[in-house]
Design a protein around this ligand. Structure first.
Ligand code: C2E
Ligand code: MG
Ligand code: MG
Length: 690
């Protein structure tokens, strides 16, 4: 047996080592050999050798031979065993080496595995976190999940969504058809269109808004969003996304739309809605074939109704008229209230003028009737302007302008009638419309400026106040006096913006003069009749005073009698509040209208401005003198001061002085001038006329 085989033999797992047995075995072999040697060698020797001397010598050598033999035997036995042990040790060592390198590899592998397990844990945690978050978000946001497996025709709705709409899970199939069946009939077509477009054009995200039917039959507005997965060859595989209930948002939107597009008083569409409608009609397809008539309608003398019966009845009447219009003008025709007593109507798809006239006359049958409101009976008439699309023009702005011109022409000439737009309609209407448009632009372009006219103390001729007078510096026509545009601004409501600008500019100017160290003078500001009856004036004045920090008793508001008389109750109340702030109130153009002296006492005013017409009539011993004289006396008796307007001559001045008039204003002292000239006067600090 070779050493390797021996090793394998010993390494055999079945092999068992018995150390005592092995040792005994060797010792036993040695013992037997020894005994055999002693017994056999001596016997043999005694037979072979007879000579005692030889026998002794041979015995001596036999003893040495025995030692040598047993040495050899022991040597070979030990050599064999140790060789096997050595090989075994080497083998064990090699195995150990291999084992420990394997062990190291295993440790590294284990480390790697642990790392991967940690990473997996992390991913699992993140996944469960995002899953939780996702779940929470969906639950919190009233969101539903949908997943349309396009290839397999499965349209999955999340259970939560089905429940949200009031259904049990099993009540809605997971099919595309089930989704279609839930859609509101009005939006079905569009919804299908949107999905198809999304797929066809491979858009980035799908988004649509439609209504879905709940189990109780009501509908919810849904915002549906999604994204598709495409196969490599560009085929759609699935689209998935969310459903969000936006019903409340829609409700708010609808309310806002109603506010933006409806007239609050009559609930008819308003001007914005009307203009959008006309734009839509103009832009619709196949427009060549479709004509329409655009009609402006204005109630004749509506102002009188308001003035005599009050705004409340006026509003009631507008509502009644609106109701008639709503009832008589139905889709596809359209009606709107443009503001005030002005309505607009569209008769769509009208073929000729006769057809339009028939329709207008038919409508007038219901409007030109005996109206009864609050026990008052009256008739109404209307001025109506008609423009035809596309016969007259196909431009929105021009269309509206022509309707306005046609209506205004009726109003101006005859009232109670209608007319079609014709090119030669009065130049005046055009001019009026042009000025209104330019006025609008003038506010934006800041084309206004203020001139100031001195008001002097008649005793010493000293400048004690200035009246702010507006001027319009027109880019082409130069300076335009207020009488040419103020009435129009009042008519169109632009006076509110203009008036606000005047008050602010005048007071800022006054503050400037104060800061530049000029002697203090009062600032007198004209307030339009329209504004005197509006509460907004109070806040406006209060705010400008706070902003500019001008002393309120150095501010004077001029209001005309006619304005105050139009709504004496409202104007008295408003002026009283302003007067309580310390602001002075002057009654302008006194005597020009049908003024009544009895009112003077009741109004909250501090002074009276005597109209220029009275001053014009002052002559040597004329009758006018007596009137002026008595007005001055009466005003003083009522505890008010008086200012004479339009003093142009020395005679007028002398007369007024002797009559005891307090202050004066007129070309004799100064025309209205730009601020720089007032600054020059203030610097000189000289009487303007001794
Ligand atoms: P008013 O308030 O009676 O202003 C006096 C007008 O008489 C001014 O005309 C002034 O230039 C003119 N005037 C002053 N002294 C004489 C004179 O000796 N002879 C003659 N012939 N005229 C004289 P103006 O500036 O053309 O203003 C006319 C009216 O326009 C004002 O009458 C006022 O009612 C209105 N107005 C002017 N500015 C404003 C404003 O800012 N707001 C409002 N709402 N109305 C204004
Ligand atoms: Mg005035
Ligand atoms: Mg005046």
């Amino acid at each position: 047996m070779g050493t390797n085989q021996d090793i394998n033999y010993y390494l055999n797992p079945n092999y068992k080592i018995y150390p005592h047995f092995e040792s005994m075995k060797i010792t036993f072999i040695y013992g037997i050999l020894g005994v055999l040697w002693i017994l056999l060698s001596d016997e043999l020797l005694s037979r072979l050798v007879g000579d005692v001397e030889v026998y002794k010598r041979v015995s001596f050598y036999k003893g040495w031979a025995y030692v040598v033999l047993t040495m050899g035997l022991i040597y070979s036995l030990i050599l064999k065993r140790l060789s096997v042990s050595k090989s075994m040790l080497r083998k064990i060592y090699e195995n150990f080496e291999e084992l420990s390198s394997n062990n190291e590899e295993l440790i590294a592998l284990e480390e790697e595995l642990r790392h991967q397990v940690d990473e997996l844990d992390l991913h699992r945690n993140a996944l469960s976190m995002s899953e939780q978050r996702y779940k929470l978000a969906i639950e919190g946001a009233d969101c539903g999940i949908w997943d349309w497996d396009v290839e397999n025709h499965i349209y999955y709705f999340s259970a939560k969504w089905k429940n949200y709409l009031g259904y049990e899970e099993y009540e809605i199939d997971n099919t595309f058809r089930a989704w279609l069946n839930l859609l509101h009939p009005d939006e079905k077509k569009d919804a299908i269109g949107k999905v198809s477009q999304y797929i066809k054009f491979k858009r980035d995200v799908y988004e649509d808004v439609y209504r879905m039917r709940c189990k109780d039959g009501s509908y919810k507005w849904i915002l549906s969003k999604g994204k598709a997965i495409w196969s490599e060859d560009g085929k759609i595989i699935r689209v998935a996304g969310s459903h969000t209930d936006i019903s409340e948002q829609k409700l708010v939107e609808e309310k806002l739309n109603a506010l933006v597009y409806n007239d609050a008083l009559t609930q008819l569409s308003n001007r914005l809605s009307f203009e959008e409608k006309v734009t839509r009609l103009i832009n619709r397809k196949y427009r060549i074939h479709k004509k329409f008539a655009l009609i402006y309608m204005d109630i004749d003398n509506f102002k009188n109704i308001n003035d005599t019966l009050g705004h409340f009845v006026g509003d009631l009447l507008l509502k009644e008229i609106a109701n008639v219009l709503k009832e008589k003008i139905k889709n596809p025709h359209f009606v709107a209230r443009l503001g005030g007593d002005e309505f607009a109507i569209i008769f769509d798809d009208t073929h000729d003028r006769e057809e339009v006239i028939d329709r207008v006359q038919d409508l007038l049958k219901y409007l030109r009737k005996r109206w009864k409101l609050q026990n008052q009976e009256f008739f109404l008439s209307f001025s109506i302007g008609i423009v035809l699309y596309p016969e007259h023009t196909d431009d929105l702005a021009v269309l509206l302008k022509y309707a306005d011109i046609a209506m205004y022409a009726v109003k101006k000439n005859m009232k109670d009638n209608y007319c079609f737009y014709v090119d030669q309609i009065e130049e005046e209407s055009l001019k009026r419309i042009r000025i209104v448009n330019e006025l609008r632009r003038a506010i934006e372009n800041q084309e206004f400026t203020l001139y100031y006219q001195p008001i002097v103390n008649l005793e010493g001729g000293h400048l004690i106040a200035v009246e702010a007078l507006i001027r319009w510096i027109h880019p082409e026509r130069g300076m335009i006096p207020p009488m040419e545009f103020i009435p129009l601004a009042e008519e169109t409501g632009l006076i509110y913006d203009i008036g606000e600008w005047v008050v602010k500019t005048a007071l800022v100017q006054k503050k400037c003069w104060e800061e530049q160290g000029y002697p203090p003078i009062k600032m007198s500001i004209n307030v339009s009749g329209k504004r005197v009856t509006q509460d907004g004036l109070i806040d406006e004045i209060r705010q400008v005073i706070t902003e500019t920090q001008v002393k309120s008793d150095e501010i004077q508001l001029e209001v005309t009698e006619t304005a105050v008389m139009l709504d004496i109750k409202a104007s008295t109340r408003i002026l009283k509040v302003i007067k309580d702030m310390g602001v002075k109130i002057a009654l302008d153009d006194f005597g020009a209208g049908y003024s009544s002296l009895t009112y003077l006492q009741k109004l909250p005013i501090d002074s009276v401005k005597l109209d220029r017409d009275f001053i014009k009539n002052i002559s040597d011993m004329g009758q006018g003198n007596v009137i002026v004289d008595s007005i001055i006396k009466l005003t003083h008796e009522l505890g008010m001061e008086i200012v004479a307007e339009g003093i142009e001559t020395r005679e007028q001045l002398e007369f007024l002085k002797t009559s005891g008039c307090d202050y004066g204003q007129g070309y004799l002292f100064s025309r209205p001038v730009p601020k720089e000239e007032i600054e020059a006067l203030l610097s000189r600090d000289m009487p303007l006329m001794a």
